[in-house]
Write a protein that binds this ligand. Structure first.
Ligand SMILES: [Zn+2]
Length: 326
């Protein structure tokens, strides 16, 4: 098992990105060797990096549990809104970041945004603005919303009206949005109608718009605002981050993968407009009530697990039934 151990040592220090196959290969090795503790260590590590598993991986896990560890495992459909598992009678969990992890993430984003003295000043100004006007319930990646359904390469411009409909949707539900957009979208040369300019003035009056400075990536601003709002949120309120950008860009890899994936799973919201018409209402894919990710069935038991399928939505492998395999 020397190689697998080395791989996991590296992964522990985040030197390499481990793939799903690396984990299942290790599970097979440790399982076949009867190394129970190692199997559970691999699962704990895997659960932080690989959220859903292919059918092949689920089969590898199932075999490890039943054949090698003499534990039960069975495929079951679970509705992540309801959470209950019919096989073990336990509920899926909602796994969010601890305060310390949120602080860690904020410090990290802050560090990345401060590439120079000017940028550091701009970011401090932003944080000051946030503490005066926040926290917000929903952070909206304005450019991502405004360019939805648009083809900038064919001369389409950002739709301020589309952004406004998203803002209104949340306001109508008593949720306070924060719109983060780069300053170039508000310059004198920006393609805006009179009605667009009126909307922008309204956003400014309502203190829900933050226009990010030139020569800085607006991504760090909305991500910081979203994580900060999560940190400030009172119990029972849920902070949302609206964007279809999956943040797979290389620069997001500077963030701690574990914290970022964890935050994204609980707070990310994808949006959709059926068409470009002025009356087209946005629709949203909110995070499910319970986390759709590989998880311990109860936090204090390393041997009881639920694994969601990446191939079949709603299908899970329940390895949380106590007693010998049937
Ligand atoms: Zn179960």
């Amino acid at each position: 098992c020397g190689v697998a151990e080395e791989i996991f040592e590296d992964a522990g220090e985040q030197k390499v990105d481990l793939m799903e196959e690396d984990f299942t290969a290790s599970l097979r090795i440790y399982g076949a060797g009867g190394m129970r503790e190692r199997v559970f260590e691999v699962l704990d590590l895997m659960s932080e990096l690989i959220y859903t598993l292919s059918s092949d991986s689920l089969e590898a896990v199932r075999e490890t549990f039943t054949k090698h560890l003499s534990l039960r495992a069975s495929l079951v459909d679970i509705d992540a809104e309801v959470g209950g598992c019919a096989a073990c009678s336990r509920s899926l969990r909602s796994i969010d970041l601890e305060d310390s992890e949120l602080v860690e993430m904020l410090e990290q984003i802050d560090g990345i945004a401060r590439v120079g003295e000017k940028q550091a000043q701009a970011f401090d100004a932003f944080k000051g603005w946030l503490s005066r006007n926040g926290p917000h319930d929903v952070v909206v990646d304005g450019a991502n919303v405004g360019f939805f359904n648009a083809r900038p390469d064919q001369g389409d411009s950002l739709s301020y009206a589309q952004v406004h409909r998203v803002v209104q949707w949340f306001q109508q539900r008593n949720q306070k949005p924060l719109l983060v957009m780069h300053c170039r979208h508000f310059s004198d040369s920006a393609k805006m109608s009179g009605a667009d300019r009126e909307k922008v003035e309204m956003w400014k009056r309502q203190k829900i718009l933050y226009s990010t400075p030139a020569k800085m990536n607006d991504d760090w601003f909305w991500l910081f605002a979203g994580v900060w709002a999560t940190k400030q949120a009172k119990k029972g309120t849920h902070v949302y981050m609206v964007s279809n950008d999956q943040m797979r860009d290389h620069h997001f890899q500077m963030l701690s993968t574990r914290n970022f994936l964890k935050w994204r799973e609980r707070h990310w919201v994808n949006f959709f407009f059926a068409d470009k018409s002025h009356s087209s209402e946005p629709s949203f894919a909110m995070p499910s009530k319970h986390s759709i990710r590989t998880q311990r069935a109860t936090p204090d038991r390393k041997d009881l697990w639920h694994f969601p399928s990446s191939d079949k939505v709603g299908q899970w492998l329940c390895c949380s039934q106590e007693g010998p395999p049937q």
